[in-house]
Design a protein around this ligand. Structure first.
Ligand SMILES: [Mg+2]
Ligand SMILES: [Zn+2]
Length: 178
């Protein structure tokens, strides 16, 4: 039977937003991320990262560089006893018209196939409207965090019925006590 999961944006949600980050040494976890993800993990939610990385498609950095950044995020989370169940990345630019660039559903569809997840019982946490629109596209519940670019999307979140949280820690409380 398919399980619920928590889908997570990377930049501005798990780690500090740095425009087109490509240096593993610049990776910094946001406040509340370790605590919040640990709570979700204890509740049995698989944690799945879904990240648009058009910097690859634009030629700003290579896929190897992107993998090194993601490995650093994984390493910092493992130090906090947090295990990411799946990493999904869209390397394309907006004009490539792929099916994986958020808000299109390709990354979540792939994760649901790979990990036997049910998007309709799941949550998407992110700091941009593309994350909230992705939630809508797959029938999940969207949660805006006001870290990263999120403070500028509060009105939009309200307009689409998404919850607004100050951090992943707040979002985890909301999910667990829903
Ligand atoms: Mg983001
Ligand atoms: Zn894509």
């Amino acid at each position: 039977m398919s399980r619920p999961a928590v889908f997570l944006d990377r930049d501005g949600t798990i780690i500090v937003e740095k425009n087109y980050l490509s240096d593993p040494a610049q990776v910094e976890l946001l406040d509340g991320v370790a605590e919040g993800l640990r709570l979700l993990q204890q509740q049995g939610f698989p944690l799945v990262v879904v990240s648009n990385q058009s910097g690859v498609g634009r030629g700003y950095f290579t896929m190897d560089r992107l993998k090194a950044v993601n490995a650093r995020v994984d390493e910092l989370l493992k130090e906090q006893a947090i295990e990411i169940s799946g990493w999904y990345v869209c390397p394309h630019t907006p004009d490539m018209a792929c099916n994986c660039r958020k808000p299109r559903p390709g990354m979540i569809e792939a994760a649901c196939r790979d990990l036997d997840l049910d998007p309709r019982q799941s949550f998407v946490i992110g700091d941009k409207r593309a994350d909230l629109d992705l939630a809508t596209a797959v029938g999940a519940r969207g949660i805006l965090v006001t870290t990263g670019y999120g403070a500028g999307e509060v009105d939009y979140a309200h307009s689409v019925g998404a919850a607004v949280c100050a951090s992943i820690l707040d979002a985890s409380d909301l999910i667990i006590t829903k």
